[in-house]
Design a protein around this ligand. Structure first.
Ligand code: AMP
Length: 437
């Protein structure tokens, strides 16, 4: 319990995104919305709270997420609830709950939002982090896998990223995976002594997860293990070959990485990850894959699916590191009013400017001219509107161009149109300058 008056800090692994950072977050979101819309994806918003069993059943009861990382509590009357550690299970739950499978065609859905995992915090790894994700439900066509990967690469390119690698693999299906698991178990039994403690346990509980191990000392053993890609059934092989051929036709560069099995139980066939060298230790920028049996696992009808989740925190870090970010546009106008009798005219004018979409700040109390100019320079506005008693009486306001220092008198009724025109001219001049560079 904290003592009275003692400062209460934010929770470990969570963070505040301050105004200096949020423009970049907004830019990433705007770009994602544009790209998703161009590929006919529509937004879905699901709750942050879900029944614990939703994740136990889909993500898998032997995964790190479910065994160690979930924020779970007993609600008074709703049983065990969990703060979502990921959103695919939630989207598929919503798809089933609202019978979206009855709507014509396939469903292409995207989401933004916070996820919660009780991991050890470090740069690029938080306990509350943000994902931008998308899911395609209702078809297992390989062109979906290729199209979504093409879309992701386009998004990253539009954000100015160049240094990233798309890694792909196939984890087979319930038909061929058991056969592969037998071969893998046999190889693991022989290599067990050379593996870390966690992996020794995984050999019996979930051998596939050994391939996922990040432990440096285990890597040589993992390299030598049989590859799932060599043990696919003919349908899975065909699916994988179609995806890779389609990616080549679309000009999407990729690498096949046989050990990429990903940490969640629901994946079938295609799995993938995009990594960035700019991220350091936590280099996975995004990941995803196909999950053809998930809807049935959750009590729904057959509905093959394919999706991904981008770590937004890491995407923002990467965009920052690649210096591809653009600063937010400066505030355009400061309205300075002098004397109580001018307050009403100034307030109404600020409202008109804002309604016209012009970024405006106004003082909350009367100011003296010198102070007003100081405030305007601090705000870095382009124009200051000076409204004193004389101006209100004459119906002409003083407009000061903060760049040139020039001041001119504009009639009250024309001020909005005048500033709109000036700001438009300013923008044109700026873009011409950029083109000339
Ligand atoms: P996953 O849902 O585990 O496939 O993760 C998808 C993406 O989310 C990863 O590639 C990361 O970019 C991001 N991510 C996962 N866990 C965290 C975390 N604890 N903190 C920040 N980003 C994360």
């Amino acid at each position: 319990m904290s003592k009275k008056n003692e400062f209460i800090q934010s929770v470990k692994g969570t963070r505040d995104l301050l105004p200096a950072e949020t423009p970049l977050w907004q830019r990433v979101e705007d770009e994602a919305r544009k790209v998703f819309a161009a590929y006919n994806f529509r937004e879905i918003r699901t709750p942050v709270l879900e029944q614990t069993s939703l994740f136990a059943r889909s993500v898998g009861s032997d995964t790190d997420i479910v065994t160690k990382e979930m924020y779970t509590f007993d609600d008074r009357d709703s049983g065990s609830l969990t703060l979502r550690p990921e959103a695919t299970a939630s989207v598929v739950r919503a798809y089933i709950e609202h019978s979206l499978y009855n709507e014509p065609g396939i469903q292409k859905l995207y989401y933004f939002g916070p996820m919660f995992r009780r991991e050890r915090p470090q740069k690029g790894r938080y306990r509350q982090f943000y994902q931008i994700g998308a899911e395609v439900l209702g078809s297992d066509h390989p062109a979906i896998d290729a199209e979504v990967l093409e879309m992701l690469v386009l998004l990253l390119e539009r954000l100015g990223l160049k240094e990233f690698r798309l890694l792909v693999n196939s984890v087979g299906c319930p038909k061929c995976r058991p056969e592969y698991l037998k071969v893998l178990r046999k190889a693991l039994d022989e290599a067990k002594a050379r593996l870390c403690e966690d992996c020794q346990r995984r050999v019996t509980t979930n051998p596939l997860r050994v391939l996922d191990c990040k432990n440096e000392a285990d890597q040589a053993v993992i390299e030598g293990l049989p590859k799932i890609i060599d043990h696919l059934c003919s349908e899975c092989r065909q699916h994988f070959d179609s995806v890779t051929m389609d990616l080549k036709q679309r000009g999407v560069a990729f690498e096949i990485v046989p050990r990429l099995v990903r940490g969640l139980d629901y994946y079938t066939r295609t799995t993938f990850e995009i990594t960035s060298g700019l991220l350091g230790a936590q280099n996975a920028l995004l990941g995803g894959g196909r999950y053809d049996g998930l809807s049935e696992m959750l009590g729904g009808p057959p509905a093959p699916g394919f999706g991904f989740a981008i770590g937004q925190d890491r995407l923002v870090l990467t965009v920052e590191a690649s210096a591809a970010s653009r600063p937010a546009g400066p505030l355009a106008v400061y309205v300075a009013w002098m004397g109580e009798t001018t307050r009403e005219a100034a307030t109404l004018l600020a409202r008109e400017l804002r309604r016209a979409g012009i970024g405006t700040e106004i003082s909350y109390h009367p100011v003296k001219l010198k102070k007003a100019m100081g405030a305007a320079s601090k705000l870095e506005v382009r124009y200051t509107l000076i409204i004193g008693e004389e101006e209100v009486a004459s119906g002409n306001y003083q407009v000061k161009d903060m760049g040139t220092g020039e001041q001119q008198s504009v009639s009250a009724g024309d001020v909005v149109a005048f500033l709109k025109q000036k700001l438009r001219e300013g923008l044109q001049a700026e873009s011409q300058l950029l083109e000339q560079k």
